[in-house]
Design a protein around this ligand. Structure first.
Ligand SMILES: *[C@@H]1O[C@H](CO)[C@@H](O)[C@H](O)[C@H]1NC(C)=O
Ligand SMILES: *[C@@H]1O[C@H](CO)[C@@H](O)[C@H](O)[C@H]1NC(C)=O
Ligand SMILES: *[C@@H]1O[C@H](CO)[C@@H](O)[C@H](O)[C@H]1NC(C)=O
Length: 476
């Protein structure tokens, strides 16, 4: 009998989770979670990346958000209870679940960061007026370490960090003073503060124009961490700019400092290197009151799948398609890819429910969470289908909320789209695009513990029985 116990124990111990689990594996289109490498000859602006929308909010309320035990990047949960209003607002400011490491593990290859510099020079993150991510939860230094850890664990993958909407705790004027750099040039104070953190973290930090006209191979060369004794490919990028304004506004996603449009340049610094495709008068929110089928002021929500959900999803789909497929234009007030790819090395497709003041009010009145809205309305699953069915002419940055849901499936269809990956001429050309089957997606990402135990007992008992029978026959 002791032998039997021992056997059972070994079997149970051997039954453990590997990184390519049952629940993650199904989102990949090749066996064993395989994905080919990015084609080094591709133009960087033509390479497709899953971007996690406002990545740092993944660290908000980490205790409640689940799905963060997979990797030992532990959270420091905010020690103090935040005020009720902050709690409520954070429901609407939180767009991700889990650390930057987890988000990359879940398929993201581009992180969208909104830095905030504090009076004591610590750098944290914010989501407009919605919420500040507490410094106790995450700061820029620790986030960089989490990302570098992932790059060490995945040394073939290129990871991009994008900044936008840099703000300062004490107000705008603190960002705008010029600082002299070592090479005799000058840099804005806010940009310099971030540069110091990246220098310490041994991660290259570039301005947008340095990424213009590059191939993937050139970008990987510039982001190669081995130059600093690290492993993997990582770079951070923003416009290194400053805009003529004294305040930043809630929900304002882009500083549109285009040479011809200086007059429009307001609000924020360290602006985004891509065409943002954020159009205030065309935003598709989950909650709204609209004229729907001539009924005035119908209350409409994206999660109401039976009634208005499809209508909402159709609006969002056409918004995303316009962002990718319209005629190229550098006008920030028109959706579509940029025509000046030197000024805009990237193009963003915002594939998530936008928030504006009425939608937040309505959402909070209905006790809803932005993350739930995304899950229930299946917006990310729809994006996987759209990419798979080649509904976008070109995907550069596909930004989604809660990358933990279907980010891997999205990553798989983007990377396996024809032309995106390396074609090794010596070997058989692997299938791509629609030659592969659609990934399967499921909202539940972990096998419940109950099934782990049940499976272990069932398999254990079966094996034990077989062995017992053999032993029995041997001594019979
Ligand atoms: C995670 O890492 C920390 C320190 O790196 C360690 O103290 C802790 O025990 C680890 N936790 C698990 C669950 O492995
Ligand atoms: C810097 O200031 C912030 C906000 O006041 C505070 O949370 C943080 O602990 C401070 N950091 C240090 C290193 O003093
Ligand atoms: C970028 O590349 C295009 C064509 O590949 C070329 O016409 C243009 O001059 C280049 N721009 C810069 C700034 O190198």
């Amino acid at each position: 009998m002791p032998i039997l116990h021992l056997l059972l124990l070994t079997l149970c111990l051997a039954y453990h989770r590997s990184p390519c689990t049952y629940s993650t594996r199904r989102q990949f289109q090749f066996e064993h979670c395989y994905v080919p490498n990015l084609n080094p000859n591709l133009k960087l602006s033509d390479a497709s990346f899953v971007m996690s929308h406002n990545s740092a909010t993944g660290y908000l309320n980490a205790r409640r958000s689940g799905n963060n035990k997979e990797n030992n990047i532990s959270y420091v949960s905010p020690g103090t209870k935040t005020a009720m209003t902050n709690r409520v607002l954070s429901l609407y400011g939180k767009t991700q679940v889990g650390s930057a490491y987890n988000q990359l593990n879940n398929g993201a290859r581009a992180l969208d960061l909104r830095p905030k510099i504090y009076a004591n020079n610590s750098i944290g993150f914010h989501h407009g007026d919605l919420i500040d991510v507490p410094l106790a939860s995450i700061d820029l230094d620790s986030l960089i370490q989490h990302v570098k850890q992932w790059c060490r664990d995945n040394p073939q993958e290129l990871v991009l960090i994008f900044h936008s909407e840099l703000v300062h705790e004490l107000g705008y004027s603190y960002l705008s003073s010029a600082v002299e750099t070592e090479d005799g040039g000058s840099m804005y104070y806010g940009i310099d503060a971030m540069r110091q953190v990246y220098d310490t973290g041994d991660v290259p930090y570039y301005s947008c124009e340095e990424l213009s006209n590059l191939t993937v191979a050139e970008a990987m060369d510039m982001s190669d961490l081995s130059r600093f004794g690290g492993v993997g490919y990582l770079l951070a990028v923003d416009r290194h700019d400053i805009c003529e304004s004294l305040s930043y506004l809630i929900f304002y996603h882009t500083c549109t400092l285009y040479p011809n449009q200086l007059g429009y340049c307001t609000y924020t610094d360290a602006s985004f290197c891509g065409k943002a495709n954020w159009l205030q008068d065309r935003l598709v929110t989950c909650y709204s009151t609209e004229n729907y089928n001539q009924q005035s002021n119908t209350f409409i929500q994206c999660t109401d799948l039976k009634k208005y959900g499809q209508y909402k999803l159709t609006l969002l789909k056409s918004y995303t398609k316009a962002s990718a497929n319209n005629e190229p234009s550098d006008n920030a007030y028109e959706l579509g890819p940029p025509s000046n790819t030197y000024w805009y090395p990237f193009n963003q497709i915002q594939a998530f429910w936008q928030v504006d003041t009425p939608s937040v009010q309505l959402g909070i009145m209905h006790g809803s969470l932005l993350l739930d809205n995304n899950r229930i309305s299946r917006v990310s699953e729809e994006m996987v289908r759209m990419v798979y069915n080649q509904e976008f002419d070109l995907v550069s940055l596909l930004a989604i909320d809660n990358v933990a849901l279907t980010g891997l499936a999205l990553f798989s269809v983007l990377r396996n789209a024809c032309g995106q990956s390396t074609v090794d001429t010596d070997e058989e050309v692997p299938p791509c695009g629609r030659e592969l089957s659609m990934p399967r997606m499921s909202s539940s990402r972990t096998l419940p513990i109950f099934w782990h135990i049940t499976l272990c007992i069932v398999y254990g008992t079966m094996l034990a029985l077989v062995i017992a029978m053999m032993v029995y026959r041997l001594f019979d």
